[in-house]
Write a protein that binds this ligand. Structure first.
Ligand SMILES: C[S@@+](CC[C@H](N)C(=O)[O-])C[C@H]1O[C@@H](n2cnc3c(N)ncnc32)[C@H](O)[C@@H]1O
Length: 294
């Protein structure tokens, strides 16, 4: 069986050959015109202005929809391979309307919790759990399957992930506790105070507009991890905003140093020479795994 290092290295090698779709000059022009017509919202307005279907159509319709998503989906299996083989409780923090994390961890995590700050996203997540999703995840499943080589159909992948789902939580990374309420849960489920693994992708820097807010957001995320547990974090560096559909949202312009400083401040391992930390950065998109020190 290959080691997790070998898997990540082989994925890094494959990344060199991955065609991340770059915008052509005429597309850049039309992007600039589109931007002028989009409304610019603050990060705090995610709860009232976020449009789940516009977001999903913009970034997840096919795996080629967006370079950042391609990068995350491509490296996620290799990063997840570094987690313990059996995970009792996993939380996807700030999942938005997306379910690619539960699908990717379906074989390892027994109890999967998902969450978001915006009610419309919590509703979209719940509808997927009830197999009433307004969005078709087939293409993303095929992309995940091609990286995993698991030979499962999208229906099998989603069926297993759904059976592992336990609850949809209302979260705010600036509040204490971060879990503010339960939007949906299956019968007889207790919500853990801390989790063995917390995943959070494009959330902490997108919830923030300043470094102070980002520090608070990381503190909130880390407070949800058990001692010895893991954080899997994905995000974007050096960006002031992101956009989809008719909306743009401001975000904190994050640097790679800030990513590490904040983890360190919250008792997380940032020593690349150990097994407890690994970061991969490409085209200003990063994905990392960090273990909480005991
Ligand atoms: C860009 S989306 C990322 C969604 C998803 N994780 C993904 O990878 O596509 C950012 C998410 O952060 C959530 N968010 C914004 N402010 C937040 C806060 N204070 N606490 C928790 N989540 C927040 C938003 O509601 C939104 O769903």
């Amino acid at each position: 069986m290959p080691s997790s290092n070998e898997i990540v290295e082989s994925l890094e090698h494959r990344l060199e050959n991955l065609q991340i779709d770059k915008e052509k000059p005429e597309e850049i022009d039309s992007e600039a015109t589109k931007k002028q017509t989009q409304l610019l919202y603050s990060a705090k307005e995610h709860d009232t202005k976020f449009k789940p279907l516009d977001y999903l159509e913009g970034f997840y319709k096919t795996h080629k929809e967006d370079g950042a998503m391609q990068m995350i989906l491509f490296f996620l299996p290799g990063i997840l391979y570094r987690l313990p083989e059996k995970i009792e409780n996993l939380l996807d923090l700030g999942a938005g309307p997306t379910v690619y994390v539960p699908i990717s961890v379906r074989h390892r995590a027994f109890n999967i919790f998902t969450s978001d700050y915006a009610q419309c996203n919590r509703e979209t997540l719940t509808s997927w759990i009830k197999n009433e999703s307004p969005f078709d995840w087939t293409n993303v499943c095929k992309w995940i399957e091609s990286i995993e080589s698991s030979r499962e159909t999208p229906e099998m992948m989603q069926g297993l992930a759904r059976s592992r789902m336990r609850a949809v939580l209302n979260v705010n990374v600036f509040k204490e506790p971060v879990v503010q309420g339960v939007h949906f849960k299956k019968e007889g489920i207790d919500i853990p105070k801390q989790f063995d693994v917390v995943t959070t992708v494009f959330c902490l820097e997108y919830a923030s507009e300043t470094y102070e807010e980002y520090q608070q957001a990381v503190k909130g995320a880390c407070s949800l991890i058990k001692p010895g547990g893991f954080l899997v974090q994905g995000g974007v560096l050096e960006a002031d905003e992101y956009s989809f559909g008719e909306s743009r949202f401001k975000c904190h312009r994050l640097t790679r140093e800030q990513v590490k400083w904040c983890l360190e401040d919250n008792g997380m391992n940032v020593d690349q020479s150990t097994n407890g930390f690994r970061i991969i950065i490409g085209e200003d998109i990063f994905i990392l795994i960090s273990q909480k020190l005991m």
